[in-house]
Every structure is written in structure tokens, then in C-alpha cells.
Design a binder for this molecule. Structure first.
Ligand code: SF4
Ligand code: SF4
Length: 210
């Protein structure tokens, strides 16, 4: 592919339309007036993982920077603190858009593979939907041992004081978690999620046809 063709592939003129149709609350992006209040209010935007704060992401969407937006780790850094939503003068649902973009990038297979917060999101989701309750012990083990057994032991030892504190305060019960740590109606949870997926597909089809 020539350099020019590669440049064109990175940009997509109608990326804003794609976001409006495919991303949860994506129809709000066009309302952003680039005041920067959201980026200034974000408590995690000083972290190196925040390549582009929300204001910049919204500007890049309008500029058609499809690849740069969807491969960015930025959306995976959002902690859902809702500071930005509270302060946005245009009342944009920024948190939802950021998570919607992350989800869309994941569905397209464009999300950054090595992003630790993405890894956590996947572990958390799989852990939670299986039984309807988060099993903190299995979740922590999954995270600590993601880079191998040796590293897992080191990670566990580094957190031992926290674990002992939780045990003392009766906030951690390994025996309960190893046993039946689940909600009463697991089938009901799975049916609800299935219905939510169906509704989401319908919503996207209606938006695309509009
Ligand atoms: S605070 Fe709202 S209007 Fe201002 S840049 Fe952020 S999203 Fe846009
Ligand atoms: S909700 Fe996310 S994007 Fe908004 S201020 Fe909090 S961390 Fe930043």
C-alpha cells in the first residue's frame, strides 16, 4: 500500500456517523463544544495511559481519526467517577461514551491487547456473569497470575498485608468464595444478559436504518 493510501485508511470521513450508529450514546458526540472542562476534571488524566482525554477523543472522532481513536488505550482508563458528566456544560454522557467506545473497539478487535485495564475489565466481566456475583478471590488470582506463576507469587506477597487486613475485618472469606459464591437465580441473570444483547442489536439496526 502506498504511503498516501495508508494515510487515507487511518482516516474515515464519516467516522462520526459510525460512532453515532454503533456506540452507546455516540449520538451525543456532536454536541461537544470543546471547552475542555471534562479533561480538566478527570482525576486520572495525569496518568501516562491517558493518551487522549475525552475532549480530545471527541475532537478526533469529528476529524475522522478512526484508527487512532479505536486503538487508543484512553477509553480503558476511565474509572467511571462521573466528574466529567457532572461538570459538562452541555450535559454530555461522557462516561457512557468512553465505555461505549471501548466496547466498540473491543467488538472490532481494535482495542489495545496489552492494556492492563482492558485485561481487568475482561476478567471482571467473565467472573461476574458466570455466577451473578463477583468472586474477589478468583478475580485477584486471575490478575496476580496473569504473567506467570513466579510473578503471581510475588504479586500476592506484595498484597499480603491488605489481604490480612481484609481477613481481620471479616471483609474476605476465602472458604465462602471457594465454595458456592453465587447469586440465587443464575439462569435469570443469564436470561437478562441475553435479552440485553438482543435489545442492543435491535437498537443498532434501527439507528443504522434511520
Ligand atoms: S465538558 Fe462537555 S462540552 Fe466541554 S469538552 Fe468536555 S464533553 Fe465537550
Ligand atoms: S468518568 Fe472517566 S472520563 Fe469522566 S472524569 Fe471520571 S475517569 Fe475521567
Amino acid at each position: 500500500m502506498s504511503a498516501n493510501a495508508q494515510m487515507v485508511a487511518k482516516y474515515k470521513n464519516n467516522f462520526l456517523k459510525e460512532v453515532q450508529e454503533q456506540v452507546e450514546m455516540g449520538e451525543w458526540v456532536k454536541m461537544c463544544m470543546q471547552c475542555g472542562v471534562c479533561s480538566g476534571s478527570c482525576p486520572t488524566n495525569f496518568h501516562p495511559g491517558w493518551e487522549h482525554p475525552p475532549q480530545e477523543i471527541f475532537m478526533m472522532i469529528r476529524a475522522g481519526k478512526r484508527e487512532e481513536v479505536l486503538t487508543s488505550p484512553s477509553m480503558w482508563m476511565c474509572t467511571s467517577c462521573y466528574n466529567c458528566i457532572v461538570r459538562c456544560p452541555r450535559k454530555l454522557p461522557i462516561t457512557h461514551i468512553m465505555h461505549g467506545l471501548a466496547n466498540y473497539a473491543h467488538r472490532l478487535g481494535m482495542a489495545p491487547k496489552m492494556q492492563p485495564t482492558r485485561h481487568f475489565a475482561k476478567l471482571f466481566w467473565n467472573n461476574c456473569v458466570k455466577t451473578g456475583r463477583v468472586n474477589e478471590l478468583k478475580l485477584s488470582m486471575g490478575l496476580y497470575f496473569k504473567d506467570g506463576f513466579g510473578q503471581g507469587i510475588k504479586n500476592g506477597m506484595a498484597m499480603k498485608d491488605v489481604a490480612l487486613g481484609l481477613l481481620k475485618a471479616k471483609r474476605l472469606n476465602p472458604f465462602e468464595m471457594l465454595g458456592g459464591h453465587k447469586c440465587k437465580d443464575q439462569n435469570g441473570i443469564h436470561a437478562m444478559l441475553k435479552k440485553a444483547r438482543e435489545l442492543e442489536e435491535k437498537r443498532k439496526a434501527i439507528k443504522a436504518a434511520a
